[in-house]
Write a protein that binds this ligand. Structure first.
Ligand SMILES: Cc1cc2nc3c(=O)[nH]c(=O)nc-3n(C[C@H](O)[C@H](O)[C@H](O)COP(=O)(O)OP(=O)(O)OC[C@H]3O[C@@H](n4cnc5c(N)ncnc54)[C@H](O)[C@@H]3O)c2cc1C
Length: 367
């Protein structure tokens, strides 16, 4: 049995990785430079589906499907064991005026997903607050959203209850301990921590950390801004999406509208331009929001990666170092499958799905 695993970064990927590994290894330490779950995993919308699932590779689809099936039981398990409900809210999702409807329908047929073309009048009947002027609709039943800040809170509580897990907040990893070709631990702002295995789950910061070891990992921050409204509980019965912008209803009537896609380095400042643009999208989708003032506006940094395919597995030529990062726009939906696959690999079990597309091998370059 592996003795000690150190996990670098406590977003949804790091926390769920720790939760899974705690069953298989003697001791798990999660370090975060800030508060656990304070970055992209908090900022995201929590749609339990890629925005346009048919536009992704089979690698992303495989993780998404496994996770979608698993989310309800994860939510129930975390709720019953911690008392914090991540609120996996099944609402279905309407796409309006899609340019690539034929591709969406062909994908659904091929993948056996419950996505179908519906009369636009059906969308207006199901979502009476939908704005005028939409001409076509595609609906996928069963799509959920998870209340990601609560998911993180419940994961943290579940980990705090495990005797073999240590959570270290405000503990930044600044370097690695090397023993020849092996990584034997991490250097942190709170001292050195030895480890048999080190896992990088540092989201948008993963590329910078790997650079310290002479590898170029194409994971970079992609800023996304969101706004939040508070409406009546039954205001919006389904998620709706048009022209890349979406509205997500939470169970208590909060409505999230997102999101921007910006390359601005590590800057997380919400901007007036984005506020204006998101408000315009909100009003186009749901005109009643013209009379509402947003109750929140924030930005997060997605861990952007080529094609959004995450890196899951061992770093070649660097014994003791593993990656689970680069989930780009889909880290919340992909988390359960990514973290199960990861713990299967580290623990030497039969993996839930073919790990080859996510392997760092062949996808990293030496600097
Ligand atoms: C606006 C927006 C909307 C989104 N909507 C959705 C959606 O609807 N559905 C979906 O599936 N996904 C969505 N996403 C994407 C999703 O949020 C991310 O893919 C996911 O949260 C990535 O998780 P992570 O754990 O890898 O990264 P993060 O949550 O960013 O966690 C990484 C952690 O590593 C820590 N860290 C970094 N460097 C160090 C260091 N040196 N030492 C210690 N700790 C360190 C950070 O502090 C951070 O807590 C959205 C993202 C944004 C921004």
């Amino acid at each position: 049995m592996t003795k000690q695993v150190v996990i670098v970064g406590g977003g949804v990927i790091g926390l769920l990785t720790a939760f899974n590994l705690a069953k298989d290894v003697e001791r798990v330490v999660v370090c975060d430079k800030g508060e656990l779950g304070g970055e992209s995993s908090w900022a995201g919308g929590g749609i339990v589906s890629p925005l346009y699932p048919w536009r992704y590779s089979p690698a992303v689809t495989a993780l998404a499907h496994w996770s979608q099936d698993f989310y309800p039981q994860l939510g129930e398990h975390l709720f019953s064991s911690t008392g914090v409900d991540p609120q996996v809210h099944v609402t279905g999702l309407y796409w309006l005026d899609l340019d690539d409807e034929a591709e969406a329908l062909a994908w659904a047929k091929r993948e056996g997903r419950p996505l179908s073309k519906v009369a636009v009048s059906e969308a207006y009947a199901a979502v009476p607050v939908l704005g005028p002027g939409f001409n076509s609709a595609v609906y996928m039943a069963g799509v959920a959203n998870v209340r990601n800040p609560r998911l993180l809170k419940s994961l943290k509580a579940a980990l705090q209850a495990l005797p073999n897990v240590t959570l270290q907040e405000h503990c930044e990893i600044t370097g690695f301990v090397r023993e020849g070709e092996r990584i034997a631990g991490v250097q942190t702002t709170a001292g050195t921590i030895e480890a048999d295995e080190v896992v990088l789950t540092a989201g948008a910061w993963s590329g910078d950390l790997l650079r310290l070891l002479g590898f170029s990992l194409p994971v970079e921050p992609v800023k996304g801004q969101m706004i939040l409204f508070k409406c009546a509980e039954d205001f919006l019965p389904s998620m709706v999406l048009a022209k890349g912008r979406y509205a997500i209803p939470r169970r208590d009537g909060h409505i999230l509208v997102g999101s921007t896609l910006e390359h601005a380095g590590y800057d997380k400042t919400p901007t007036p331009d984005a506020l204006q643009s998101l408000r315009a999208s909100a009003i186009e989708l749901l005109p009643a929001l013209a009379d509402a003032t947003p109750v929140g506006h924030w930005a997060g940094l997605r861990p952007g990666s080529p094609e959004g395919v995450p890196y899951i597995g061992r770093v070649p030529g660097c014994e003791g170092l593993w990656l689970n990062c680069g989930h780009y726009r889909n880290g919340l939906v992909l988390a359960p499958a990514s973290c199960q696959l990861f713990s299967d690999l580290l623990s030497g079990r039969e993996p839930i799905i073919d790990p080859a597309p996510y392997a760092p091998h062949g996808r990293l370059e030496a600097l």
